[in-house]
Design a protein around this ligand. Structure first.
Ligand code: LLP
Length: 436
């Protein structure tokens, strides 16, 4: 997919660059991003909105993969940015991202984070709860400043995805509850607060969703709410943010729709609902993460040891694992891969790909068909662009990999590999009197 192909040497090539050259130049594990594919995905979302002639913002949910280069690219692509922490906001500031296109999410933003957002004059804060509503207002007033906000609503929609990444159901830590009247109370408070401008409402039902049903239900619930808010407070939102969560194809059996289809389906219902409620079309915002960067990322690993258990299984171990991709261990996520140096050879064996961490659960792929592989081979695992590097960790004191962007035969290193020295950068030695 994307610009990936097999070159004359039988090597996997991405963005016009030989993956084996990348592996030897930058080492492994290595995250390789196909920039052209990120561009294409952003364009698909934006074109879908343009075709509907609806005012919109596509915000990149930066939790999927954040670094300064990614934010520079997001700016160039005309994306807004959804950040969820002071760290992501700091990265955006350092990357020079336009602050008026930054949206700040999270169910427990700290006072410091809210102050930072007000200070940086970001586009809006997506307020999650009463505590935050109150604190944000206090911070704005004390600084004689101002902030635009959206209210995050728990839409009460069950998304059909893994429990841990489903967020729209009623029993959720996120957002103002729809059924118990919390939303109405929040609108009442926010709309009479001079330091806050209530732009609209937000809902996000979950992640890695294939069907449009959940999104359609969320739109319907949001419009019932909008009619209600209009009647009660004469409040009509100018922005309706429908969140992210559009699924991608990790393995052959996955059946996501083309990204434009999700947009089209949602807008269809929005238009219909707005017309029947006699309302102006709100600005529609979405915040995809995975569907913008997920399939653009490939991880290259060097293969090391093997274990053959007769009549049971063949294990192949790679030089990374749950330290650079937590998803299989956390969500039983599935991936596909090939030998990057022998990409044109037929699969004759079945290997289970183990990571190097001291955990039996550190398995990247079970039962992967491959040619007969050995320690000279490089394994490419596909679709690791979202929630791979961003959830990478130093378990077992394994340094985090390097990340490169490739496009049109050019390579840009965007995150350098962590060194052992980096690993002890924050460690402090005990003073001599403390070591008996
Ligand atoms: N907006 C909100 C409010 C979110 O909570 C999320 C994801 C997104 C947008 C972006 O969702 P996406 O388009 O990327 O599906 N670590 C998990 C995914 C957790 C998603 C959390 N929120 C994984 O690796 O599958």
């Amino acid at each position: 997919h994307g610009t990936s192909r097999i070159n004359e040497q039988g090597h996997l090539e991405i963005g016009g660059v030989d993956s084996i050259k990348l592996a030897s130049q930058y080492g492994t594990p290595l995250f390789v991003y196909d920039v052209a594919l990120i561009r294409e995905r952003a364009k698909q979302f934006q074109e879908a909105f343009k075709a509907e002639k609806v005012p919109f913002q596509v915000a990149y949910a930066s939790k999927a993969f954040s670094c300064m280069a990614m934010f520079q690219l997001a700016e160039e692509l005309g994306l807004s940015l959804d950040v969820v922490s002071g760290g992501e906001l700091y990265t955006a500031i350092e990357a020079g991202f336009p602050m008026d296109r930054v949206h700040f999410h999270g169910n427990n933003k700290s006072i410091e984070e809210l102050e930072m957002a007000v200070e940086a004059k970001i586009g809006c804060v997506v307020v999650d709860n009463f505590y935050e509503l109150n604190e944000l207002s206090r911070i704005c007033r004390s600084r004689k400043s101002h902030m635009s906000i959206l209210l995050r609503i728990t839409p009460g929609v069950e998304a059909h995805t893994h429990d841990y990444i489903s967020t729209g159901q009623e029993d959720s830590k996120f957002g103002f509850d729809l059924v118990s009247g919390q939303v109405h109370e929040a609108v009442r408070i926010a709309s009479k607060d001079d330091s806050l401008t209530l732009l609209g409402i937000h809902s996000h039902i979950g992640s890695q969703i294939f069907e449009t049903t959940g999104f359609v239900m969320a739109v319907e619930k949001m419009f019932d709410l909008i009619s209600d808010l209009k009647a009660q407070f004469d409040f009509v939102p100018t922005v309706l943010n429908l969140g992210g969560g559009f699924g991608i194809r990790y393995i052959e059996g996955d059946t996501p729709l083309p990204v434009g289809e999700y947009v089209h389906k949602m807008i269809e219902v929005v238009k219909d609902k707005a017309a029947s409620a006699n309302l102006n079309m709100p600005e529609i915002w979405i915040e995809p993460g995975r569907s913008l960067v997920g399939d653009a990322g490939t991880t290259l690993y060097s293969i090391g040891s093997q274990k053959h258990i007769p009549n049971v299984r063949d294990y192949l171990s790679v030089d990374g694992g749950m330290s650079d991709n937590l998803r299989p261990a956390l969500y039983q996520a599935e991936y596909e891969g090939v030998l990057a140096n022998r990409a044109n050879e037929e699969a004759t064996e079945t290997f289970s790909i183990a990571g190097k961490c001291c955990e039996s659960g550190d398995m990247l792929i079970w039962d992967l068909p491959l040619p007969k592989a050995n320690h000279e081979d490089v394994l490419a695992v596909f679709c690791t662009g979202a929630y791979g590097y961003s959830m990478a960790n130093n378990y077992n004191r394994i340094p985090r990999p390097a990340v490169v962007f490739v496009e049109d035969g050019q390579v840009f290193e965007v995150i350098t590999r962590e060194s052992y020295a980096d690993l002890i950068r924050l460690d402090l030695r005990l003073p001599s009197q403390a070591v008996k």
